[in-house]
Design a protein. Sequence first.
Length: 134
Amino acid sequence: MPRQARKPVPEDNNQVIDLQWTKEMEEVMFNELYRQDQLGKRADAGFKAEAWTVVLEKVQGVYTGPLTINLVQLKSKEGWYRGAFKDWKWLKDQSGFNYDEGSGMIVAAREAWDEVIKVALHLFYKGRYLHILL
């Protein structure tokens, strides 16, 4: 599950409110990132500051909760999905793994999973985390 941003409740700094991302917020974020890319607001290292500002305004516009969303929360959400996609691509390219069009899932025999788990544990040990759900 994606990490969720937290902000202290003004009345009691010991409590926190979770920013609950909705499907609509995520859809608005990615649609606007795509639009910003089409407008040339993306460089090799990522999106330009003005692109993130527009995306933030759009996401805040559909958010109905009590928090003010900040750029760190926005970039964290996008980064989580970017990492998950890289892991998905890596997984589907492993020996014995295939993408099943019907289910929309990556499938493999138990033996292939066992080998990937060995590699995944090694990668985690080396400081890389894979988003593999077993």
